[in-house]
Design a binder for this molecule. Structure first.
Ligand code: A3D
Length: 320
């Protein structure tokens, strides 16, 4: 059977890391696409030359022409600009919306059957825009944020409890931004919910609150340290987890920015929710009942996402 074809739209920090991970995990052949001439070609050649030592056979190709992504099984989109210190994700809206238009049209023309994972910020609005511009089915277009946000939460919790990250599960809902909703009630150490661990005295509510806030600020903390861009290792790993779930029909339960129509009382919008990802793309949105405090936080997050989508619609008519 031919290897899957994985198109990486954007060959910057995340795009290059994605290509390396695809090769190391032998998930398929890679086309790295970028508007910058030479960058995708150089990265593709460099990664290909790590093949003999690493022992993988994946083919790497750099491209500046959308025709090269033809027939891709998966497209992971990082094209656009990242944050600099002092910028919010929302500051990227105007410039990255224009980028989503060209990327969406390129995917629609050359890889209409692909499973598309958007990473470009502001995430929830950009995945909405990418779906609009590409016209692909909603279940085949989603955004990566929840896997990363919950990985950050799990990392911080594992440090607090001094246990393996593998034994910590975390649940994050809502938009990818300051209003994201990490749910402590559904986050566990070895299946024991965090509020129960507070009761046993293993941690305190104050420490948990601080971890929740650090998770919300997780991206900004890294932007502040790097100064020239944003996180890329963990964002790439998170998107690969989603791509692998699709390619291997793993039916993984992963949080992602999915099209929610009915669940959570929402009518047709993209936002972070728990989903099942398998060969059908986003096969299911898992609906849960929120308590009053959680609902208040979730509603605030929904309003923030809706505001960004409305702003996109305003700019989009200017783009047309
Ligand atoms: P960067 O290293 O700047 O790479 C972006 C690449 O996109 C560059 O190589 C550009 O040349 C290329 N590009 C720009 N315009 C186009 C276009 N029209 N068509 C094709 N390629 C284009 O950024 P990065 O890789 O660090 O980050 C990429 C995006 O991911 C940014 O928007 C970040 O804000 C976002 N991001 C999201 C998360 C989430 O969790 C959602 C995390 C980290 C970064």
């Amino acid at each position: 059977m031919a290897r899957p074809k994985i198109a990486l739209i954007g060959a910057g920090q995340i795009g290059g890391t994605l290509a390396h991970l695809v090769a190391m995990k032998e998930l398929g052949d890679v086309v790295l696409f970028d508007i910058s001439e030479g960058t995708p070609q150089g990265k593709a050649l460099d990664i290909a030359q790590s093949g003999p030592s690493e022992g993988f056979d994946a083919r790497m190709k750099g491209a500046n022409d959308y025709a090269d992504i033809a027939g891709a099984d998966v497209c992971i989109v990082t094209a656009g600009v990242p944050r600099k210190p002092g910028m919010s994700r929302d500051d990227l809206l105007g410039i990255n919306l224009k980028v989503m238009k060209s990327v969406g049209e390129g995917i629609a023309k050359h890889a209409p059957d692909a499973f598309v994972i958007c990473i470009t910020n502001p995430l929830d609005a950009m995945v909405w825009a990418l779906r609009e511009f590409s016209g692909l089915p909603h279940n085949k277009v989603c955004g990566m944020a929840g896997v990363l946000d919950s990985a950050r939460f799990r990392h911080f919790l594992s440090l607090e409890f001094n246990v393996s990250m593998r034994d910590v599960t975390a649940f994050v809902l809502g938009g990818h931004g300051d209003t994201m909703v990490p749910l402590t009630r559904y986050s566990t150490v070895a299946g024991i919910p965090l509020p129960d661990l507070v009761k046993t005295g293993w941690t305190t509510q104050e420490k948990l609150d601080a971890i929740v806030q650090r998770t919300r600020d997780g991206g900004a903390e890294i932007v502040g340290l790097l100064k020239t861009g944003s996180a890329f290792y963990a964002p790439a790993t998170s998107a690969i987890e989603m791509a692998e779930a699709y390619l291997k029909d793993q039916k993984r339960v992963l949080p992602c920015a999915a099209h929610v129509d009915g669940a959570y009382g929402l009518k047709g919008m993209y936002v972070g929710v728990p989903t099942v990802i398998g060969a059908g793309g986003v096969e299911k949105v898992i609906d849960i009942k929120l308590d009053r405090d959680e609902q208040v936080m979730f509603d605030k997050s929904i309003e923030a996402v809706k505001g960004l989508v409305e702003a996109c619609k305003g700019i989009d008519s200017a783009l047309a």
